[in-house]
Design a binder for this molecule. Structure first.
Ligand SMILES: Cc1ncc(COP(=O)(O)O)c(C=O)c1O
Ligand SMILES: N[C@@H](CCCC[NH3+])C(=O)O
Length: 416
């Protein structure tokens, strides 16, 4: 259970009772395990053995500075999608020369800043972006290292909202056009072609789509090399899924790499990988308190103090995440509840039809909440965002305090 385990009748995060954290720091709060985060990062890094590679942690999954700093200390690279994420990486002590910049709407100012600090590579998503990066680099008297994010038209077999590698998706450059665009890029004075990039989607539980995409990338790389465009690295993106639910099977990073490297052509390139969820999801929980129980003959609701503004995945993708009691009751009855928040939307639920033995005041933990939890949180209904807490062995660190109402209202003005 990844450093979140029941001991002495209650849930622990590493060596600390989660109920003690909830009482000391209030709910809702996110609780992360340092040991789990580091173990997951190493699982990716070690899966490569002696193969030249760079693990570029996808910052969007969980961008808390303390987490980025842990990975920076391990020598990690980072996959960013905005100037904001770049500043986070820098502030956390990340090495800009290990940063790849993805995303399809890079603004000139963001490109300028990335060139100024010397990132490793821009993953370019359109021909227009090629022109913009060439122009900005030219103004600065620099040469930008680039790869094209290729859209291989492969079905990632995941939720349609997080599939990115089909030709109808907005991402990347259609693979049929890629060769022509590469030749154009290679001729631009302020661009240096260094790699090929691809990211077909998130929460993939089978390896076949990754293999299909890889075959297309390798074939493209061969065609480009034959035309004198030197390809140094292949960036295979992120996307490896995790087990959210009992009975789900997710390939490990080691399984994933073993499968990819069955094609030996891969060994001639440096391999970049951009995992987010597979590193962070099961390293975090969202802890919430039951405020009220609302019972009827049709339906039981447990109204809790976390809501869709804290964790939007259930509302947005009908995502299923396990919900467990922090201190399981030894007396009383199980009942079937929808676990809902206080937000004024019917889609505001964390889980539906869960069998739990509950009383008001109980703490619940939503598991697998370390990725795309806090980073997707909002202030909807003028709700302050939750605290983020990192457990490191016996020690509890508040790595982001709960927002205050002052934080929330800052910057707004009324008319004179
Ligand atoms: C370009 C890119 N790289 C990496 C990731 C990280 O994906 P995941 O969290 O599924 O590993 C994403 C998000 O899907 C992405 O868009
Ligand atoms: N936000 C999504 C994943 C999207 C990945 C970003 N490209 C999730 O919570 O599952």
């Amino acid at each position: 259970m990844d450093h979140f385990e029941y001991r002495n009748g209650q849930l622990h995060a590493e060596n600390v009772a989660v109920a003690d954290i909830a009482r000391a720091h209030g709910t809702p709060c996110y609780v992360y395990s340092r040991a789990t985060l580091e173990r997951h990062w190493h699982a990716f890094n070690d899966a490569f053995g002696a193969q030249p590679h760079l693990v570029c942690y996808a910052v969007k999954a969980n961008s808390n500075l303390a987490i980025l700093n842990l990975f920076a200390r391990l020598g990690s690279g980072f996959d960013i999608v905005s100037g904001g994420e770049l500043e986070r990486v820098l502030r956390a002590g990340g090495d800009p020369s290990k940063v790849v910049f993805s995303g399809l709407g890079k603004k000139a100012a963001e490109i300028r800043r990335a060139l100024e600090v010397g990132i490793r590579c821009f993953n370019i998503e359109s021909e227009a972006e090629l022109d913009r990066i060439n122009a900005v680099a030219g103004e600065m008297g620099k040469v930008a290292s680039i790869s094209l994010r290729v859209n291989p038209d492969v079905d990632a077999q995941t939720h349609p909202y997080i599939s990115t590698g089909l030709k109808e998706n907005k991402f990347g450059i259609e693979i049929g056009r890629a060769e022509a665009v590469y030749l154009k890029a290679a001729a631009m004075p302020h661009l240096n072609v260094v790699g090929i990039d691809c990211h077909i989607g998130s929460q993939l539980l089978t390896l076949t789509p990754f293999m299909d995409a890889l075959q297309r990338l390798l074939a493209l790389a061969e065609r480009l090399q034959a035309q004198g465009v030197k390809i140094h690295h292949l960036d295979i993106g992120g996307g490896l899924g995790v087990r959210y639910q009992e009975g789900q099977a997710a390939p490990s990073p080691a399984d994933y790499m073993a499968q990819l490297f069955t094609d030996e052509r891969l060994c001639q390139y440096e391999i970049f990988v951009e995992p987010g969820r597979a590193i962070a999801a099961n390293a975090g929980i969202l802890v919430t308190e039951v405020e009220f129980l609302k019972l009827s003959e049709y339906k039981n609701f447990a109204i809790v103090d976390a809501a869709m503004n804290d964790l939007i995945r259930p509302a947005l993708y009908s995502a299923w995440q396990e919900i467990i009691p922090v201190v399981p009751r030894t007396e009383g009855e199980m009942a079937t509840y929808d676990i809902v928040g206080p937000v004024c939307e019917t889609s505001d639920f964390l889980g539906k039809e869960r069998d739990l033995n509950l009383q008001p005041g109980d703490f619940l933990a939503v598991r697998s909440a370390g990725a795309y939890g806090f980073t997707m949180a909002s202030n909807y209904n003028t709700r302050p965002r939750a605290a983020e807490i990192m457990v490191d062995g016996d020690t509890v660190h508040v790595v982001r305090r709960r927002e205050s109402l002052d934080d929330l209202l800052r910057g707004e003005t009324i008319l004179p």
